[in-house]
Design a protein around this ligand. Structure first.
Ligand code: SF4
Length: 518
């Protein structure tokens, strides 16, 4: 156990002895501690890097999400961030860019690469970095393209031996000097790849993920829905064997003294032995949590298993119930199955939550009405109507997906469609992603030097999104230039920098088929 912040004791801390010629690495999580705990990638980075003999990695997190941040100090020793020569930051979400810039500024480190003179080497990775490489390189010196089990050892070895130039612009390592796309590196066999058993947390903190052992079941997803960034960035679909998973869980719950497991998988029931896995977890007397699920992979028995894990809410992500729109999303789930699965959840004492999407290319008022009516009819049959939740997002055109050229639905249309949905679903709790957050996501993905400057300005002003918009407006930049539909003959900037393994021509064909036939 170690001390974190003031008077709080933390489980799982590693404090390595400093040695001559050792590499000190600042592992910067661009958000607050509770988010860092829930990031299996960050946990993995921490223990994976610290296994290397001649390296010590110390963690840095933000104390708050907005406002003036104190100069960041490591959770291990209190060392200032500015003392580290190498900073590695995972960027999982678009909002992490602002968090990263904010923490660098608080440490007195210039966040914009071209302005930084003689500062630390800043390395970023993760889905938000790979999906927005142009913006990532406005800040970072190196973008890691691929799985950390392959990129991190090569990076550290090259830094240790002083031959970084030998790896840059090769597979997995993107810098601003690369003149052709850098290929993504990925692990083929998850059974042989590192998984942290020890996981840091503050016992008794009450954080939702803090009292669970996180286990990565699989990477990627075989369904490849046309809007899904993670399925396209993390191909091919890979999973750990049942034996490996059970060994990890047995050890993990013991070492971390927890009685709960959090499954990390984009689509858990695509694992061929998901049922046996859950049955074993139940036999071990553990509870578990599972993220959102595809209704077409569920049946009465599986819903019962989920209920026996102690899960209180069954989250299903049909996105749409319109037979036309689901084809554009390449995610069509039979309506009868959604009904059957929802009823099963209620029978087993769970509430249900539904994820919906609006603003899909070709979507019309009648499609929104079709979705809302079906859902209203289903919810009216529920014995726990007031506990049911619906969560709505606009379609965000994500890089490397077939819908990457699509426009972000204009605000007025989004609001109108939401209104239709909410009127028909009157009495049901409907929450929506604020439109500005969707805009920021698109602006980050399609971001450039102007966006980097806006991020820097917003971080100085306390990190509100409004400062990004006002800065861009003052510079004469139209937000619509970022959120507009792109010309499918245009090669998006991310394809010029990164090769994730999907040919551009196949994405373009898919876009034209989905978009223009809708
Ligand atoms: S099923 Fe879910 S995780 Fe898989 S591709 Fe579709 S949206 Fe992505």
């Amino acid at each position: 156990m170690g001390r974190i912040f003031e008077m709080v004791y933390e489980h799982g801390v590693i404090v390595k002895r400093r040695c001559r010629n050792c590499i000190g690495i600042a592992l910067l999580y661009p958000s607050i501690y509770s988010a860092a705990v829930a990031s299996l990638t960050y946990q993995k980075l921490y223990y994976f890097i610290n296994m290397i003999e001649y390296v010590y990695a110390e963690r840095f997190v933000a104390k708050k999400l907005k406002g003036v941040e104190d100069p960041p100090q490591s959770l291990e020793t209190g060392a200032p961030l500015s003392k580290f020569k190498l900073i590695i930051a995972p960027l999982s979400y678009e909002a992490d860019y602002l968090g990263l810039v904010r923490l660098l500024l608080a440490a007195g480190i210039e966040p914009l690469r071209e302005r930084r003179k003689g500062g630390p080497i800043i390395v970023v990775g993760g889905p938000a970095a790979i999906a927005s490489p142009q913006l990532a390189l406005e800040i970072a010196d190196i973008v890691l393209v691929g799985d950390i089990e392959l990129t991190i050892p090569k990076l550290i070895d090259a830094i240790y031996h002083g031959n970084l130039e030998e790896i840059v612009c090769r597979d997995g390592f993107l810098t601003s000097d690369c003149d052709k796309p850098v290929k993504r590196l990925y692990v083929g066999d998850l059974d042989r790849s590192f998984h942290p058993i020890m996981q840091f947390r503050v016992p008794g903190s009450g954080e939702p993920w803090g009292e669970a052992f996180m286990v990565e079941v699989s990477r990627g997803c075989p369904h490849m829905c046309s809007f899904c960034l993670m399925a396209h960035l993390d191909m091919p679909f890979r999973y750990r064997s049942l034996n490996t998973l059970l060994k990890l869980i047995e050890e993990g719950v013991q070492v971390n003294k927890v009685r709960r497991v959090a499954f990390y998988a984009l689509s858990l029931f695509d694992h061929p032995q998901a049922d046996e896995l859950i049955e074993h977890v139940i036999e071990m007397g553990l509870s578990a949590s599972i993220g959102s699920l595809r209704a077409d992979l569920l049946d009465d028995r599986r819903v019962e298993l989920i209920a026996r894990l102690g899960q209180k809410v069954l989250t299903i992500a049909p996105e749409t119930l319109s037979e036309k729109v689901c084809k554009v999303l390449r995610k069509c789930v039979e309506w009868d199955r959604v009904v059957e699965v929802s009823r099963a959840a209620w029978r087993y004492g769970m509430h249900t939550k539904y994820y919906l999407m609006l603003g899909v290319p070709g979507e019309e008022r009648k499609d929104v009405e079709e979705t809302a009516r079906k859902l209203a009819e289903l919810i009216s049959q529920s014995p726990v109507k007031n506990l049911i939740r619906v969560s709505v997002n606009p379609l965000i055109p994500k890089p490397f997906t077939p819908l990457q050229w699509a426009q972000l639905v204009p605000k007025k249309e989004y609001k109108e469609r939401l209104k239709i949905l909410k009127e028909i679903l009157r009495g049901v709790r409907v929450s929506e992603l604020p439109y500005n957050e969707a805009v920021i996501q698109v602006v980050i993905h399609r971001g450039d030097k102007r966006v980097a400057l806006a991020l820097r300005h917003a971080a100085e002003m306390g990190a509100g999104y409004a400062s990004i918009f006002s800065y861009l407006k003052r510079q004469g930049v139209r937000i619509e230039d970022y959120t507009r539909q792109l010309d499918p003959n245009e090669v998006p900037q991310w394809h010029k920098m990164v090769d994730v393994g999907i040919p551009l021509a196949s994405l373009k064909r898919a876009f034209e088929t989905l978009h223009y036939s809708s």
